[in-house]
Design a protein around this ligand. Structure first.
Ligand code: DX5
Ligand code: ZN
Length: 214
């Protein structure tokens, strides 16, 4: 089954509760945390995740675009995240392993994320313990960018590795997902689709979510 994860990066932050309710027919709520160091933009931090947790029961999929993410795993877990994804490029492999260990200790689901420059095989040391792999289909940092078609090959490779080593693991894609690109990524093996502008930019939001599922 294809799952849709609207990204609140495209919501109105002054009306976040209202905008979260608008996407309640989706499967996950995608929360983009950016630290101004791993990516040039600064967005949401721990206190905001804590407030979001109070106003929705949706599954909170927290995408940490943060340097040295192990430092913040416990705080985001306590704030109410259901799943955390850490970028493989954000620290040394031993510290990424430590971030995943902390997620296990805190009882949140575990994911690793790949920038477009990173090869699919980079997930291999972690794959057997993961709940999800996130393949970026834009350079992380901003909503509304154009889909990078060359990432379809990375999605296919990650899907093949998942089938071989951990078939229960989900494969999420993020960036430039629209009714036009959704069939390409699902065909390549993605089963969770993040969408910011395609959802929040639509006049009919439940309709836009439904359109991405097909
Ligand atoms: C980008 C973020 C995305 C972003 C996607 O760095 O990780 O989640 O919100 O936005 P769209 O769907 O507009 O490309
Ligand atoms: Zn994201």
């Amino acid at each position: 089954m294809i799952k849709i994860a609207p990204s609140i990066l495209s919501a109105d932050f002054a009306n976040l509760e209202r905008d979260i309710k608008k996407v309640s027919s989706a499967d996950y709520l995608h929360v983009d945390v950016m630290d101004g160091a791993f990516v040039p933009n600064i967005t949401i931090g721990v206190p905001v995740v804590k407030s979001i947790r109070k106003c929705t029961d949706m599954f909170l999929d927290v995408h940490m675009m943060v340097e040295k993410p192990a430092r913040y795993v416990e705080a985001f877990a306590k704030a109410g995240a259901d799943l955390l994804s850490v970028h493989l490029e954000a620290d040394h492999p031993t510290r990424i392993a430590e971030a995943l260990r902390l997620m296990g200790e805190c009882g949140v689901k575990k994911a690793v994320a790949l920038r477009p420059i990173t090869k699919a095989e980079a997930v291999l040391p972690y794959l057997e313990q993961l709940d999800m792999v996130l393949v970026m289909t834009v350079e992380p940092g901003f909503g509304g960018q154009a889909f990078m078609e060359e990432q379809l090959d990375v999605i296919r490779r990650v899907r093949a590795l998942i089938e071989k080593y951990n078939p229960a693991c989900e494969l999420e894609v993020d960036g430039g997902i629209s009714p036009k690109t959704a069939p390409l990524v699902t065909e390549a093996g993605a089963n969770v689709l993040v969408a910011g502008s395609a959802v929040y930019g639509a006049a009919d939001i439940p309709g836009a979510i439904q359109a991405l599922r097909t």
